[in-house]
Ligand binder design. Structure first.
Ligand SMILES: [Cu+2]
Length: 496
């Protein structure tokens, strides 16, 4: 049993903001001068539905975990970072008995799933207090696309710190995409990309030391909780990677030495045909599925994360306090060098493999019917008296009790999202997948289902979104989760 002191407790609960009341309360009651860390637990890393049902207990708690060879003290689901993978099929019912053993309130968001946004389903307005349990229950629609989705906390004000603590796991819906012969034959691997900032003892570094305005980043880049893991390609010659960016702020610009990526799916599922790409830019929340062909000299090839400048705000910005190259450069506090590629993983094949073909056709991605309504959203930041720096949609910071956007169920709308600020903002909408129509007036080269789209500094992105099946209140927001916590979110009401 590890004991931590008050300073460490403040660091791990991020008590500088939302947790401060709870923290003082806890300490003042003198429950103990030390807060206990729970012992490691050993639970399944994969939960699959059987006979149409996936039932499990999920506990959020602060626990010791191994990150590679490093001892770390993180926020976990069932003691794991990343959290256990959940796998279901369309039509399945999911029951999660969720227990909050954190020191602050939390909840679960099922990112990308098309399920009810109300009640005990994908309801971000639920707030589960410490020691409370909550029973999530929902059914995946019969016509739900197969794809790579994920779950993470979405308690407004605490989202970034809880995700940065490690709370994220994959939620896979299996279906038609998995049955395409070439895809079925490929080695399937999952890559959960997370970054962490730890001190020498493995404790999370306090948010007071992070660049919250830019969006916190850590210098430790983990793939499935490991540093530079190796993925082998066996004789069948094809590797299928299902990748999620589960970092709160970090963008990943991925490149595999000497190998292109063959994109087969985006956030909401399969494409119509394979797209060849030399680089993949994955902003927080986004997922891709790619095939990799083992058609070069046998050997080891590095998966690199290349530099990417997502903008900044002068003093507070991404280039740091010291003009970009000093001790404080980068967005974390650990002197992240933004200019050098980082090795994330290694791909290995020992022997030559026989040439394999890629699938010629994937799935149908129908065009959406012409929009009835165009809405405009402007993303920026600003100062609000008493609140300091806030992030804004249409000039306003998030107001929990207001309805910012009302739409009608079973309609299709075009949303035009303009970024007038100096930082990139990945825009995420809950509950329904959309298609990107154009960027700065240039038509998107291929149709794909998305729930998160990057809107770069100065850019205008137009998306087309159908509101299907489920009425109720939900949200849209920037998926740099510090920006979301600092106001860049709006309430969306889908009316019957
Ligand atoms: Cu943002």
């Amino acid at each position: 049993m590890k004991k931590i002191n008050r300073r460490q407790f403040i660091a791990l609960t991020g008590a500088a903001t939302g947790g401060v009341f709870l923290l003082n309360h806890l300490w003042e009651r003198g429950e103990s001068s030390q807060v206990s860390l729970q012992a490691p637990i050993n639970l399944p890393r994969l939960h699959k539905s059987t006979n149409g049902l996936l039932e499990l207990d999920l506990e959020a708690s602060y626990r010791p975990v191994k990150l590679g060879q490093k001892q770390a003290y993180l926020l976990t689901y069932n003691g794991q970072v990343p959290a256990p993978r959940l796998e279901v099929q369309a039509g399945d019912t999911i029951r999660i008995r969720f227990k909050n053993n954190l020191f602050e309130s939390t909840n679960l968001h099922y990112h990308g799933l098309h399920i009810p946004v109300t009640g005990n389903a994908d309801n971000v307005f639920v707030s589960i207090q410490p020691k409370e349990t909550f029973n999530y229950e929902f059914t995946i629609p019969q016509n739900h696309p197969a794809g790579t989705f994920w779950y993470h906390p979405h308690r407004h004000g605490l989202v970034a710190e809880q995700l940065f603590g490690g709370l994220a796991g994959l939620f896979v819906v299996r279906g038609d995409l998995d049955e395409i012969p070439e895809i079925k034959a490929a080695n399937e691997e999952f890559l959960v990309l997370q970054d962490f900032a730890l001190d020498g003892e493995g404790n999370m570094i306090s948010e007071a030391h992070m660049s919250i305005m830019a969006g916190r980043e850590g210098d430790l880049l983990a793939v499935n909780g490991k540093f530079n893991p190796t993925f082998s390609i066996s004789k069948n010659g094809l590797l299928r990677w299902r990748i999620v960016n589960a970092s709160p702020s970090r963008f990943y610009r991925l490149s595999l030495e000497k190998h292109p990526f063959y994109l087969i799916a985006t956030d909401g599922g399969g494409l119509a045909e394979v797209i060849e790409l030399n680089e993949l830019l994955l902003t927080p929340g986004e997922r891709v599925e790619v095939l990799i062909k083992a058609d070069k000299e046998p050997g080891k090839y590095r998966l690199l994360n290349l530099p990417y400048d997502r903008g900044g705000m002068g003093m507070m910005g991404g280039r740091g306090m010291m003009g970009g190259r000093g001790m404080m450069s980068g967005r974390g506090m650990m002197g992240v060098n933004n200019d050098a590629p980082t090795i994330l993983a290694t791909v290995n094949y020992d022997a030559p493999v026989k040439p394999v073909s890629l699938p010629r056709k994937l799935l149908s991605v129908p065009a959406l019917p012409k929009h009835k309504q165009v809405r405009h959203f402007t993303l920026n930041h600003g100062m609000v008296p008493g609140q300091g720096m806030v992030f804004l949609i249409n000039g306003k910071p998030y107001e929990p009790n207001s309805i910012d956007t009302q739409v009608k169920l079973n309609t299709v709308e075009d949303w035009e999202i303009v970024n007038t600020g100096v930082m990139d903002h990945p825009f995420h909408i809950h509950g329904n997948q959309f298609q990107v129509v154009s960027r700065d007036g240039k038509p998107e080269p291929y149709r794909a289902w998305k729930d998160t789209v990057l809107v770069q500094q100065g850019e205008t992105v137009r998306i087309r979104i159908p509101f299907r099946d489920f009425a109720g209140k939900t949200v849209y927001h920037c998926h740099i989760l510090d920006h979301e916590d600092l106001g860049m979110m709006g309430n969306l009401e889908i009316q019957k």
